[in-house]
Design a protein around this ligand. Structure first.
Ligand SMILES: [Zn+2]
Length: 489
């Protein structure tokens, strides 16, 4: 059963998220990946002299072991639950605007250029490469409204071996005359075609026991841009389409900016709320990914929880477009699924590390406001609301939390038997050449064994706050090396 020649064994430090309040950090972990790219088993604490014995007990003899160096560790790959591939060329510009003007003056003019397929291909090749090398192993991409350009985006993602959801935007109103779909029917026709194109990319799953439960790497996702840009009949047709395929993910924006919320209420007087608009059309369900959720009313939060939809927290973007701070601590206390999103180019970084840093700052601002504000609301002694997010929560949101938001929690997000090996080999050594990280061999290399776990904790925290792509040595998706610093050097 074990194809010893095609299996990969990793031995060294592994950090594995467990929950919002804990992760495991094992300095001497042994992890086996089978030929299909799935994790066969993980053994937490193996002394060097026990290595061969442990492998033999698992049926592995004379197998090559990838031994991690001191200052290297594995973590599950990052999951970006919300980003816009065609907006990457705008990254780092437009921060003087708020949402609706930013769309009009910055975003729509750039996205309209993707009618040019040569431009689309050149741009998407560069975008997807950068996203993978930033450590994102699963990505929820918005394309533009263009069918052909979005096919190219899906093709590029598939070629580079990233796990992703790729969506063509539905937008048939409240958009510029040169960047709008002509009708609801045309929007649905193109949507059906992008779904069929993306579905055909992946080979049919093999019948082996481990991979049959797994979904293909690249999948389509319904992408009504946001309620404002879709007519009632378009949303209704998308709801019908969604009802015909319960596995099809849905991604959209919700309650990002107060002007947007007010305008949405005006356009949909029959709906009880912004979340109520999506619910009215059957678009709010357990695999719906809602980006932002900054200004939700209490009844909307309850509705989202009742439908088991997930929220993509995009703090970099919410700061940059002056949208506000999403109260994710309160959402976590309610048991709502939360992941992180870069929301490029509302956000100015492709890296989930930036989202982690800004999620931390956002939670701290909430806690400072609660402590110093006139309101009597202070941080709950037991919950996340109005409290800083601890490191285990930040790591969890970036990995397992994102997996749950994408309805991929059985497949990725942690290292566990049967899950796909989607992983980052992180390097906090001097040779990573990141001046921001005081990692291994910047301090005392002689560390007592009992202190090694503590050291690993500090490497993780330093990486989350000071790390960048220089520290992401290797990126694996489904067991396969697809990017990272050493992939190119
Ligand atoms: Zn967005």
């Amino acid at each position: 059963m074990h194809g010893t020649s095609s299996a990969s064994i990793y031995y060294g430090a592994i950090v594995n998220p467990i929950s919002l309040t804990s992760y495991s950090a094992s300095p001497r972990c042994l992890l086996a990946v089978n030929a299909a790219g799935n994790i066969d088993w993980v053994v937490d604490d193996v002394e060097p002299h026990e290595l061969q014995e442990t492998l033999a007990a698992k049926g592995y003899v004379d197998v090559d072991v990838v031994a991690l160096k001191d200052g290297e560790f594995l973590i599950p790959g990052f999951i970006d639950t919300h980003t816009h591939a065609p907006q990457v060329p705008n990254m780092g510009t437009g921060g003087q605007y708020q949402l609706l003007d930013w769309l009009k003056y910055v975003t729509f003019p750039m996205e309209s250029k993707f009618s040019n397929l040569e431009f689309a291909r050149k741009t998407y090749e560069s975008v997807v490469r950068r996203v993978i090398d930033s450590g994102t192993t699963t990505c929820c991409y918005y394309g533009t409204l263009h069918l052909e350009a979005t096919k190219i985006l899906a093709d590029v993602v598939y070629k580079y071996g990233q796990r992703a959801f790729v969506g063509k935007c539905n937008m048939n109103r409240e958009s510029p005359p040169d960047y709008i779909e002509p009708s609801s029917d045309a929007s649905i026709t193109d949507t059906l075609e992008i779904i069929s194109h993306i579905t055909s990319l992946s080979k049919p799953p093999t019948r082996s026991s481990t991979s049959s439960a797994h979904e293909p790497l690249v999948q389509p996702v319904l992408t009504p841009r946001f309620a404002i840009s879709c007519t009632d009949d378009l949303l209704s047709a998308l709801g019908t389409l969604a009802a015909s395929n319960s596995n099809l993910r849905i991604q959209t924006h919700i309650s990002e900016n107060t002007s947007e919320v007010a305008y949405t209420r005006e356009l949909f007087p029959a709906a009880t709320s912004y979340a109520g608009v999506y619910d009215m059309f059957g678009l709010l369900r357990n695999n719906t990914i809602l980006a932002h959720a900054v200004h939700l009313a209490e009844d909307e939060v309850d509705l989202i929880k009742a439908r088991d939809a997930g929220i993509s927290h995009c703090p970099t973007s919410n700061f940059n477009l002056s949208s506000g701070i999403a109260p994710v601590g309160a959402y976590l206390d309610k048991g709502i699924k939360i992941g992180l999103g870069t929301d490029v180019s509302g956000g100015f970084s492709l890296s989930i590390l930036s989202a982690i840093q800004h999620a931390s700052v956002a939670a701290k601002v909430c806690s400072i406001q609660a402590r110093t504000g006139s309101s009597a609301e202070t941080g709950s002694p037991t919950g996340f609301a109005n409290n800083p997010l601890p490191i285990p929560a930040l790591l969890y949101l970036a990995t397992a939390g994102g997996a749950a938001v994408c309805a991929l929690e059985k497949q990725v997000g942690t290292f566990a038997e049967g899950k796909a090996f989607d992983a980052l080999l992180v390097n906090v050594r001097k040779d990573a050449s990141n001046p921001g990280i005081w990692g291994f061999n910047h301090g005392d290399a002689e560390v007592a064994q009992e202190d090694q776990k503590e050291l690993l904790d500090s490497w993780l925290e330093r990486f989350l706050f000071c790390g960048d792509d220089r520290n992401i040595e290797r990126v694996y998706v489904q067991g396969k090396l697809v990017g990272g610093h050493s992939f190119h050097h």
